[in-house]
Design a protein around this ligand. Structure first.
Ligand code: SF4
Length: 151
């Protein structure tokens, strides 16, 4: 409950800052549970492993990466996610994960702006999760095209 409020407040704050970064400096950071549990491709090690079969939202998210020319990584856990956000080439993040991971990611990446998108859990927590790819697209474009202030 409190974490959810902080995540919402964070997103309002990021939007108020009107953060803007070039696509190459925007990281689309995805939780591993978005990958279909039956899929054996090592997409967390290398997103290129995805065959884009459409069995989960990873295919659509990688297509979005290619379209917007942003970075995209699939994190195998909170520690790896934090390390990815701290990479020097990353100046802003659009993150898709559960409430707990988003909260920790926002805290760990601070002061880098993180637009946080809660995944959907039609199959229960941490299992074959889903996300609205169009919502991710809108969030990424907000940061790429955001108005006045560069970060
Ligand atoms: S789109 Fe297909 S190949 Fe790619 S991660 Fe999902 S199930 Fe695996």
């Amino acid at each position: 409950m409190l974490r959810g409020l902080i995540i919402r407040w964070n997103n309002v704050w990021v939007r108020k800052r009107r953060a803007r970064v070039p696509p190459a400096n925007l990281l689309l950071l995805l939780s591993r549970c978005l990958q279909r549990s039956l899929c054996r491709r090592k997409v967390a090690r290398d997103p290129a492993e995805c065959e884009r079969c459409g069995g989960c939202d990873v295919a659509g998210l990688l297509a979005l990466r290619d379209e917007l020319k942003v970075q995209c990584r699939i994190a195998d856990g909170g520690r790896e996610a934090l390390a990815l956000t701290r990479d020097q080439s990353v100046r802003a993040v659009v993150a898709v994960a559960c409430e707990k991971e988003l909260f920790e990611g926002i805290r760990g990446a601070f002061p880098k702006p993180v637009l946080a998108i809660l995944n959907e859990t039609p199959n229960g927590p941490c299992h074959d999760t889903r996300v609205d790819v169009e919502g991710v697209r809108a969030a990424a474009r907000e940061i790429i095209e955001g108005a006045a202030v560069d970060v």
